[in-house]
Design a protein around this ligand. Structure first.
Ligand code: ADP
Length: 334
């Protein structure tokens, strides 16, 4: 089922939506999560009930939103989408919940950023399918209990550790998404190339996969940039040479580190002598929000052995120094 040429040529968001797997069968990799989730959904279907609430955690771009959409799809239920930062008042949540029908799937992205009062309302909604709607202000305010039909909450977070225990405990199923293996990314790149109707060689797919930072979203994004390059500067075929040249142009290095990843290890090695340095200081040095450094760059750098977290702060590993073409400092055998 290829995209129409107009879709395939369309802007990145259209293409993004088209590349999203629509069912569990289409999901590449993450076998354990897929099997476990498949069982949860099948059991709920057999019982004719809404599945238990699901918490998805993991770095950005690994498929949390995709899985939320798939849960709704597989249950043939409508999906309502919101996000933690959009729920600043308990009333925001109440108005979403009061409008749902039995079996709806409610997706709350970045659920760890929800306000405290909303979080407390959510506990009750998840457990008792009830919310207290506060009417009026000040001493005259009264709470009116409102029943809501059984629904499935799908929460997504980049940081499961930031969720308060009581919230975490109310999810019947929790899945942690980890970075993808190169072989899985290879499959994702080929699948996406097929949907986009572009010709790609084994070498081209392998090259893009190996530089995708373990992340499907990045694999798809790099594929589109390599496709641009192939179209404008080559004959349209995504070969290894074309991919390598395009990725160099876009400053994606051999190991897939992007500009932010590199600036973090560069700051760490060059400005803080390899650390240890606190995350807040490091974030200021690279001119980014602490959350961005912590939730976007760091998991990949840690996972790939460039950075370690210690009680005294972040420390660059010898691999980080070497990746920058520098000699790691000698460590005194103290
Ligand atoms: P998140 O919500 O975790 O940030 P998304 O669900 O938006 O990530 O995924 C980003 C993109 O990566 C999606 O558009 C989808 O095309 C692709 N993707 C994610 N997971 C997979 C997967 N397991 N198989 C194939 N493509 C995937």
């Amino acid at each position: 089922r290829a995209l129409t040429q107009a879709d395939a040529d369309g802007d990145d968001r259209v293409v993004d939506a088209a590349l999203r797997p629509k069912s569990l069968d289409e999901v590449v990799g993450q076998h354990r999560v897929r099997d476990q989730l498949g069982l949860v959904l099948e059991a709920a279907r057999q019982r004719g009930r809404a599945p238990d609430h699901v918490l998805l955690s993991g770095p950005p771009g690994l498929g949390k939103t995709t899985l939320a959409m798939i849960i709704a799809n597989e249950m043939s239920a409508p999906l309502r989408v919101t996000s933690g930062p959009a729920i600043t008042h308990a009333g925001d949540l109440a108005s979403i919940l009061s409008g749902i029908n039995e079996g709806d799937v409610v997706f709350v992205d970045e659920i760890h950023r929800m306000s405290r009062p909303a979080e407390e309302m959510l506990y009750m909604a998840m457990e008792d399918f009830r919310v207290d709607v506060v009417v009026g202000k000040g001493p005259g305010a009264t709470a009116i209990p409102l029943d809501i039909p059984p629904f499935t909450l799908v929460g997504a977070t980049t940081r499961a550790g930031l969720l308060p225990g009581p919230l975490r405990d109310r999810f019947g199923f929790t899945a942690h998404l980890d970075f993808y293996e190169p072989a899985d990314l290879d499959l994702i790149v080929r699948r996406s190339a097929g949907l986009l109707g572009v010709e790609i060689t084994d070498g081209g797919a392998g090259r893009i996969a190996s530089r995708s930072r373990g992340t499907p979203r990045i694999a798809n994004r790099l594929l589109r940039r390599v496709r641009d390059y192939a179209q404008v500067r080559a004959d349209g075929v995504l070969t290894d040479e074309v991919a390598a040249a395009a990725l160099d142009l876009y400053e994606v290095d051999d190991l897939g580190l992007d500009r932010l990843d590199r600036s973090v290890i560069e700051a760490l090695c060059l400005r803080f002598a390899g650390g240890p340095v606190g995350i807040a200081t490091l974030a200021v040095a690279v001119g980014e929000e602490r959350e961005t450094v912590e939730e976007v760059a760091e998991p990949f750098l840690v996972r790939n052995g460039f950075l370690v977290r210690t009680p005294r702060g972040r420390v660059a590993t010898p691999a980080a120094w070497e990746h920058l073409g520098l000699t790691p400092p000698r460590i005194d055998p103290a």
